[in-house]
Design a binder for this molecule. Structure first.
Ligand code: PMV
Length: 333
């Protein structure tokens, strides 16, 4: 087995049909499918190097600093999965740079674990098929399974107890559709409650959880049909509905989970006003207060301008469809 150093990059993704709930928390298996857009401008670049001299423990650097212990332990647990697959026990050094604000609800764990899955598996001497890589990335973060692929991507929930069919696949119909996603950043802080704990609380205490999970297949069917027809209006309405239903299930948890701020509501209102002016724009919201607005290239300037002057919006980021995770550099140690 050749141990190498590998640098990989992955774009984050934003779900248009949300993932919110697990059927198995150890294997990190989703309770339902999801569908997302991988982005070019918000990414993670990660280098993994295995070497006996690097020990005794794994070292994790994040954005130029030693990672906090909770982040380091999450990376160590993931590296242990890779080491087990590769049949090695060598310590590693992980150096990662995020262009996405970490844990602010801008999906840094999606790009983070996709880049880590690719870099760590290659550095450990493994050469995984894309579906196996997606299933590996899923163990780090459910949404990371989707960032292995570019463009529009569907994650299947799968039904095998071992999770072998819980991986993502790209939707090729999406090629050359000039979609844009404008992110209205409404806070620079870390999110109040992480998605794993929030999902667990929703599953265990929300009376709306079952209704939410039961609604996902219909939304996926609708989203697939909209994509096949290149119907942005139909896809956008599915995305809004899916986000609102996901948040409704979380809001009904005990204690309740509320990610929105007044700026979130103001940005949602901006999107409704844009539509009233026949600017096709549709919002989605993840586990944080930011609002992400789906539109196409023709309307991106109007959408960005309207969001930028919305009260409470700190800045905007315009993102476009990006490629899947890929290796930037590999060297034999
Ligand atoms: O990948 P996780 O465990 O951080 O969960 C992601 C949850 C959402 O971003 C809210 C929805 C999604 O499908 O990405």
């Amino acid at each position: 087995m050749n141990l190498t150093s590998c640098t990989a990059i992955a774009g984050t993704n934003i779900a248009l049909v949300k993932y919110w709930g697990k059927r198995d928390s150890v294997l990190n298996l989703p309770a339902a499918g999801s569908l997302s857009l991988t982005l070019r401008e918000l990414d993670t670049r990660t280098t993994v190097r295995f070497g006996a001299h690097l020990g005794p423990t794994d070292r994790v650097r994040l954005n130029g600093q030693d990672a906090d212990e909770d982040v380091r332990l999450r990376v160590v647990a993931f590296l242990d999965l890779v080491r087990a697959q590769a049949g090695i026990s060598t310590p590693a050094e992980v150096v990662t740079e995020n262009s996405v604000p970490t844990a602010a609800g801008l999906a840094s764990s999606a790009s983070g674990f996709a880049a880590l899955a690719l870099a760590a598996s290659r550095a450990a001497g493994l050469s995984l098929e894309p579906s196996a890589l997606s299933a590996l990335a899923r163990r780090g973060s459910g949404s990371a399974a989707r960032s292995i692929f570019g463009g529009l991507v569907e994650m299947q929930a799968g039904s095998n107890p071992d999770g072998s069919d819980a991986f993502a696949r790209p939707l090729p119909e999406a090629d050359s559709w000039p979609l844009r996603l404008v992110v209205a950043v409404t806070s620079e802080n870390r999110k109040a409650i992480g998605s794993t704990e929030a999902m667990r609380r929703t599953e265990q205490t929300s009376p709306f959880y079952k209704g939410w999970i039961d609604s996902v297949d219909g939304d996926l069917r609708d989203a697939r049909a909209a994509i096949a027809e290149r119907d942005l209006g139909r896809l956008g309405l599915v995305a809004e509905r899916s986000a609102l239903r996901m948040h409704a299930s979380a809001l009904a948890a005990d204690p309740p989970i509320l990610y929105w701020s007044t700026a979130t509501l103001a940005a949602m209102e901006t999107v409704r006003q844009l539509r009233a002016r026949h600017v096709e724009a549709y919002f989605t919201i993840d586990a944080g207060p930011h609002v992400k607005v789906l539109c196409d290239l023709r309307h991106v300037i109007a959408v960005e301008a309207a969001l930028a002057k919305t009260p409470g919006v700190l800045r905007t980021i315009v993102a476009s469809p990006g490629r899947g995770a890929r290796v930037l550099q590999e060297t034999t140690a």
